[in-house]
Write a protein that binds this ligand. Structure first.
Ligand code: GRF
Length: 205
């Protein structure tokens, strides 16, 4: 049987190193998927250049062109639905998504976050982890729900925090792990390995 490839939309706002990790994993054939669309809310995001270098379809959708968040998100929904994607990957997308967007793609949106959730949701989390004195931080891939960084956890990687670490060094260590676990999590979903049981994501199907 010839099956269609698992289709992704990747939403970005900046540097795009996680987008690159997904692209690399697909190009190495580790991940059997296709990026149908890369969407940015920032016109000059370096992520868009990376996507174009790999011949991917890119779209800049300007929030300023819409009267409010609901209209902006409706435009996002329509563009993504037009590509019939199986999964939406937030990869450094710096906007909080509202109810309508999340309901349009229920359980089909995931995000990568640079801490061990539920510790340190939100912004500047590497610095907050150091300042708090935790000995371990890391990266989390999770489903997106309406609570910021609050959805069910799919994969985590742990990174030790050493005495000499600062925000930059910790961010770099965590980012290396992000690039490993994000494609892995997508692969698990593409291979239909995950089951949601309440807040728990069970891996062994
Ligand atoms: C990453 O640290 C990710 O965890 C967070 O935003 C950053 C995006 O980096 N959500 P990049 O644009 O993928 O390089």
């Amino acid at each position: 049987m010839i099956s269609d490839k698992f289709k992704l939309a990747v939403l970005v706002s900046g540097r795009g190193s996680n987008l690159q990790a997904i692209i690399d994993s697909i190009e190495k054939n580790d991940l059997q998927a296709e990026i149908a669309l890369v969407v940015s809310n920032v016109q000059k995001a370096y992520a868009l250049e990376r996507a174009e270098k790999h011949g991917l379809k890119v779209l800049f959708i300007d929030p300023k062109a819409y009267p409010d968040r609901a209209n902006y998100e409706q435009a996002l929904v329509e563009q993504i639905q037009a590509q019939s994607v199986n999964l939406i990957c937030l990869a450094g997308f710096m906007r909080v998504l509202g109810k309508n967007f999340i309901e349009a793609f229920a359980n089909r949106i995931i995000n990568i976050h640079p801490s061990l959730l539920p510790a340190f949701p939100g912004l500047h989390v590497q610095k907050r982890a150091i300042d708090h004195g935790v000995r371990f931080s890391g990266a989390t891939v999770h489903y997106v729900n309406e609570e910021v960084d609050g959805g069910p956890i799919i994969l985590q990687a742990v990174v030790p925090i050493c005495d000499g670490d600062n925000e930059a060094s910790l961010s770099e260590k965590i980012l290396k792990q992000e690039h490993i676990i994000y494609p892995q999590a997508i692969k698990m979903i593409a291979e239909n390995k995950l089951t949601l049981s309440g807040r728990r994501v069970l891996h062994g199907k």
